[in-house]
Design a binder for this molecule. Structure first.
Ligand SMILES: C[S@@+](CC[C@H](N)C(=O)[O-])C[C@H]1O[C@@H](n2cnc3c(N)ncnc32)[C@H](O)[C@@H]1O
Length: 233
């Protein structure tokens, strides 16, 4: 399926009309839901892994088959890099990268978990995070699906507070616009001091399997970053 990936189709033509209300509502409430046992166990394993390092964590959320996790491991060689995905099939491909002649870098650890729960556990445990990658999250492009997008969900305030540097990439311009808009609302409401940027970009070396596939299919690619003052020191 290289080079023939369909562009995101949606009945939305701009930022969802309900998004501002959703973000404001969730900024004013605490996110609670029961956490699945397997995610709690995955979190404990990841916690044991990061404890071996004396450096803040890099998180690759929704890492899929783990190519971006390996890129991040090279970029942050001293930091533990945790790739998280709910798909066992994709993660087994990530682990098998180790078997293709090259061992997994020592600073990489993959865990199978539901992101909403995992982020909540990370936040409650106050992990020290250096960089958080969220590459090509599922777009949930129908208007009726806005609440499934991470920025339209009750987890969004937790996501914003997790790391001093968050980078989201997508092949859907509206998702990028919404993500930036939701970050700006959080910034204003929570009196944060973040630099929020949105750009269309062309990667010279695709960072992930989906980035490669979307680029080869001629899609526009967008990057939204939120960097708090803390990380610029
Ligand atoms: C479109 S793929 C992108 C994968 C990878 N980041 C890339 O760029 O190649 C989205 C990934 O997010 C994972 N995912 C989506 N929602 C998730 C959730 N709530 N918890 C854990 N993983 C999730 C999916 O299993 C899938 O691997």
């Amino acid at each position: 399926m290289i080079g023939n990936s369909k562009k995101v189709e949606s009945n939305q033509t701009g930022i969802h009309k309900d998004l501002e209300g959703l973000v404001l509502r969730y900024l004013n409430s605490e996110f609670r839901r029961p956490i699945a046992d397997h995610t709690r166990k995955a979190f404990e394993e990841a916690s044991a892994f990061i404890a071996k390092f004396d450096a803040p964590v890099v998180l690759d959320s929704g890492c899929g088959t783990g190519l971006s996790t390996l890129h991040l491991a090279k970029r942050f060689p001293e930091n533990p890099v945790i790739g998280v995905d709910k798909s066992e099939v994709r993660l087994s491909k990530a682990d098998s990268r180790a078997e293709n002649g090259e061992p997994l870098p020592k600073n990489v650890f993959f865990v199978r978990a539901e992101l909403l729960d995992f982020w909540k556990l990370v936040s409650d445990a106050k992990w020290n995070i250096r960089f958080h990658a969220l590459y090509y999250p599922n777009p949930w492009p129908k208007q009726s699906e806005v609440r499934y997008r991470f920025h339209g969900s009750p987890i969004f305030p937790t996501l914003v507070s997790l790391s001093p540097e968050l980078e989201m990439r997508t092949n859907w311009k509206i998702y990028a616009d919404e993500f930036r808009f939701a970050l700006e609302i959080a910034q204003k409401h929570l009196h944060l001091n973040m630099e929020i940027t949105e750009e269309k970009f062309v990667p010279s070396d695709p960072i992930s399997a989906f980035e490669k596939k979307f680029q080869e299919s001629g899609h526009g690619l967008y990057k939204v970053s939120a960097t708090s003052q803390r990380s610029s020191h």
